[in-house]
Write a new protein. Structure first.
Length: 202
């Protein structure tokens, strides 16, 4: 881990630049399990960027600017499941901007290389969307305010399952490439652009 910046005790405030690597994410599940609607079966994280932490006001102010995240061997499942429905050999997030006070995050670009994703349509809708749902103070479901600029995949196998038909249907693609623009996980009803093409893994 590396860090440079300023730190003051009265009021408590810190800003600077940091970098950290080699974090095995499942190890830290007790710290984040109650805050998310998924489980990390595997994954190694490296991240860095500019930050601001300020406790001088009535509420905590936390911001991440010019952030970057690299995830290796990522496996994501529904809570309580051991089978990952999203697997990535490597996933890179570039241009991450996080405002903790507003509970919003913007990501300039997501690059997904290798792996697979399984999307299931059941009586409650698309199961993969439940990974990014949260509950508000009244217990109502809502999606996280995450805005993604450009999302691209290479060598990713996509499996579609439909459990709403008389006979369940399952279709899987060859490893493929795709690009998506303008995806906002907080406003899934908004249109976005999607381009696909066969893309065998190198």
């Amino acid at each position: 881990m590396s860090w440079s910046g300023t730190l003051s005790a009265t009021p408590i405030r810190s800003e600077g630049t940091f970098a950290i690597s080699g974090l095995h994410l499942p190890k830290y599940a007790p710290y984040y399990r109650d805050e998310v609607n998924f489980e990390l079966q595997s994954g190694v994280l490296a991240m860095g960027g500019d930050y601001l932490i300020d406790l001088s006001g009535e509420t905590l102010e936390f911001k991440l600017m010019n952030g970057g995240l690299n995830l290796e061997q990522l496996g994501v499942s529904h809570p309580g499941d051991t089978e990952s429905i999203l697997v990535a050999d490597r996933m890179e997030l570039v241009g991450v901007e996080l405002d903790g006070g507003q509970a919003k995050m913007k990501v300039g670009e997501v690059k997904w290389t290798g792996g697979a994703v399984t999307v299931t349509q059941d009586a409650d809708g698309l199961d993969i969307l439940r990974l990014v749902e949260s509950e508000d103070d009244e217990g109502e479901g809502s999606t996280l305010g995450i805005e993604l600029g450009l999302v691209s995949g290479k060598g990713v196998v996509v499996t579609w399952r439909d459990l709403t038909t008389v006979r369940p249907v399952e279709v899987a693609t060859l490893p493929m490439g795709w690009t998506m623009e303008g995806l906002n996980l907080g406003e899934l009803g908004q249109p976005c652009l999607l381009y696909t093409s066969p893309s065998p893994r190198d």
